[in-house]
Design a protein around this ligand. Structure first.
Ligand code: GDP
Length: 295
C-alpha cells in the first residue's frame, strides 16, 4: 500500500531539502505537488484540501521560514499531519466491561468479514482469551459453513446455530452459550449484503440493542477506495460504529480509503487485513504508517 504516494512524496521532499533557504513560492509549489499526490492516491478531495491547508499554515510560519533546515521542518510537519490524518494515537480494542464482551463485525458481502472474524479470534486466542465465534447470518449457509471451517483451522469454538433462525434470537443464544461455556469474548459475524439496505441495518440495530457489544467494527475492503469510506458513513449513521477494519490492504496500491476514513467517518481504523491467511491481521499504528509512507 502507498507505494506510489510514497514515491511521489519522496521526490517532493528531496526537492524541498535541496533548497538551502525556502521561499513561500517553494513551499506553495511543494504543497501543490503533495495535494496532487494525495488525489492520485484516491484521497477524498475535501480531506486533501484540509490537510494541505493545515500544513501550509504551519509551514509558512516564522519558525520554519527562519530555521536553518526549513526543508526538514516542512517534512516533519507533513509527517505529523499525516499521522494525525490517519488517526493520531494507535486505537485499542475495547475488551473491558462485563464478560463475555461482545464484538460485532458488520460489513458488505465480500468485504472479508468472515475471514476477519476468524483472524480476530486467532489474535485474541494468542493473547490468552477464549473467544467464541458466532455466525449470525440466517440467509447464507455457505457463510456459516465457512466460519465453522475457519474456526476448526484455528482451534476456536464456533456456535452451532440452527438454519432459518431469527438473527436477533440467534445472537442472544450465542451470548448465552458463551456465558455457559466460560468464553470471555463473543465475536459476532453478522450477515452481509451486496449493498447497504434498510432491512439489514434494522437487523443489525436489533442485534446491537439486544447484545450490547463493546465494539461494532466495520469490515471494509480497502481496494474499493472511496466507496469503502461511503459504506462506512452509511453503517456509522445507522449503528454508531466504534471502529473500522480495512481488509485487502496489501493489494491496495493507492491507500485512499485508509487516508480518508478518519476524517470522513471520524472513527479509528483498528486493524488492517493484509492477506488471506488467518494470521494476516495487523494492529493499525497511524504513526508507523506515516513513517512508512514518508520513507
Ligand atoms: P465476507 O463475505 O465479507 O464474509 O467475506 P469473506 O471473509 O468471505 O472474504 C471474501 C474474500 O476476501 C475471501 O476470498 C477472503 O480470503 C478474501 N480476504 C479477506 N480478507 C483479506 C485480506 O486482508 N487480503 C486479501 N488478499 N484477501 C482477503
Amino acid at each position: 500500500m502507498f507505494d506510489r504516494l510514497s514515491d511521489k512524496l519522496g521526490k517532493v521532499f528531496k526537492k524541498l531539502k535541496g533548497h538551502g533557504k525556502l521561499t513561500e513560492a517553494n513551499i506553495q509549489e511543494a504543497l501543490r505537488e503533495v495535494r496532487l499526490a494525495l488525489l492520485e492516491a484516491d484521497v477524498h478531495y475535501k480531506v486533501a484540501k484540509t490537510f494541505i491547508d493545515r500544513i501550509r499554515e504551519r509551514a509558512l510560519g516564522q519558525e520554519v521560514m527562519t530555521s536553518l533546515t526549513p526543508g526538514q521542518q516542512v517534512v516533519k510537519i507533513v509527517h505529523d499531519e499525516l499521522a494525525a490524518l490517519l488517526g493520531g494515537e494507535a486505537p485499542r480494542l475495547e475488551l473491558g466491561g462485563k464478560t463475555p464482551v461482545a464484538l460485532m463485525l458488520v460489513g458488505l458481502q465480500g468485504s472479508g468479514k468472515t475471514t476477519t472474524a476468524a483472524k480476530l479470534a486467532l489474535y485474541l486466542k494468542k493473547q490468552g482469551r477464549q473467544p467464541l465465534l458466532a455466525p449470525v447470518d440466517t440467509q447464507r449457509p455457505a457463510a456459516i459453513e465457512q466460519l465453522h471451517r475457519l474456526g476448526a483451522e484455528i482451534g476456536v469454538d464456533v456456535y452451532r446455530s440452527q438454519p432459518q433462525q431469527n438473527p436477533v434470537a440467534l445472537a442472544s443464544e450465542a451470548m448465552a452459550a458463551a456465558v455457559a461455556k466460560g468464553h470471555d469474548v463473543l465475536l459476532l459475524d453478522t450477515a452481509g449484503r451486496l449493498h447497504v439496505d434498510a432491512p439489514l441495518m434494522a437487523e443489525l440495530q436489533a442485534i446491537k440493542a439486544d447484545v450490547g457489544p463493546a465494539e461494532i467494527l466495520l469490515v471494509a475492503d480497502a481496494m474499493t477506495g472511496q466507496d469503502a469510506v461511503a459504506v462506512a458513513q452509511n453503517f456509522h449513521e445507522a449503528l454508531d460504529l466504534t471502529g473500522v477494519i480495512l481488509t485487502k490492504v496489501e493489494g491496495d496500491a493507492r491507500g485512499g480509503a485508509a487516508l480518508s476514513m478518519r476524517t470522513v467517518v471520524n472513527k479509528p481504523i483498528k486493524f488492517l487485513g493484509v492477506g488471506e491467511k488467518l494470521d494476516a491481521l495487523e494492529v493499525f499504528h497511524p504513526d508507523r504508517l506515516a513513517s512508512r509512507i514518508l520513507g
